[in-house]
Design a protein around this ligand. Structure first.
Ligand code: FE2
Length: 251
């Protein structure tokens, strides 16, 4: 073959190769674009939650943004992007807020409890604080897993927990028992309602909330037990409440 012909053939092959590569890249870009478009349309909008009222309680604002990355199984539930998942997010956020309020209150009482039972309550409240902190973390991270951000700000706890505040200063042992018996009863009932709200649409969240409710009910019993009637002693709290029985709901 002549030298010129070889040169022509080389140039031609180089052109063909470049063109094929360019075509391939174009095709790949087009495929990627269409995949991205398909993914974008599948991304649930549940992580852009407006503060809406569910179960009569305002939800805190979530501030996530749409992500180009794939979502997980929880966000692919049939309910993703619908009112059902919003109910799930509201259940988690409201539970988180209440647990955070209880974190602060158990610590406040742990430090300031006074009276005959101070040591028992001081120790018990520390145990409650530690478990509540773990549960709050689980609930917050479940909210991330279902595609929403979690709001753990102090302002949100104050504005949305709808729980009475614990008194300032030294607090009598009988008042600590009264206060937490009511708090745990209230929070337990609210979580129980939320378990029912999300049971069908988001069973994993429902299961998590069941664990949290179990712990709250255990804490409620542990406070109530100080005043549990027995055949031998009515345990009215007479001895820890300035010679008056400790008034408890239903007692
Ligand atoms: Fe301590």
């Amino acid at each position: 073959m002549k030298r010129n012909t070889i040169q022509h053939l080389s140039v031609l092959s180089a052109l063909l190769l470049t063109s094929a590569l360019a075509g391939g890249a174009d095709a790949q870009n087009a495929a990627q674009a269409s995949t991205a478009q398909a993914s974008a349309s599948q991304i649930p909008a549940t992580n852009i939650n407006k503060p809406e009222s569910t179960s009569g309680q305002p939800t805190a604002q979530s501030t996530g943004t749409n992500s180009p990355l794939p979502y997980n199984q929880a966000t692919r539930l049939p309910s993703a992007g619908t009112e059902n998942l919003k109910a799930s997010v509201a259940a988690l956020q409201n539970t988180l807020t209440e647990l955070q309020a209880l974190q602060l209150q158990t610590k406040q009482a742990h430090w300031n409890v006074s009276g005959t039972l101070w040591y028992s309550l001081h120790e018990l409240l520390q145990d409650h604080y530690e478990q509540i902190s773990k549960d709050a973390d689980m609930v917050a991270e479940r909210q991330l897993a279902v595609g929403a951000s979690s709001d753990g700000r102090a302002i949100t706890i104050v504005a949305t927990s709808r729980l009475p505040e614990i008194q300032a200063g030294f607090i009598d042992d009988s008042q600590v028992i009264q206060f937490f018996t009511y708090q745990y009863e209230t929070v337990g009932q609210r979580i129980h309602q939320r378990i029912n709200d999300v049971e069908k649409v988001d069973p994993s969240t429902s299961n998590l909330l069941q664990e949290v409710e179990t712990n709250i009910e255990k804490f409620q019993w542990q406070m109530r037990a100080f005043l549990q009637n027995t055949p031998k002693d009515p345990n009215s709290g007479f001895d820890i409440n300035n010679a008056k029985p400790v008034p408890l709901r239903g007692k």
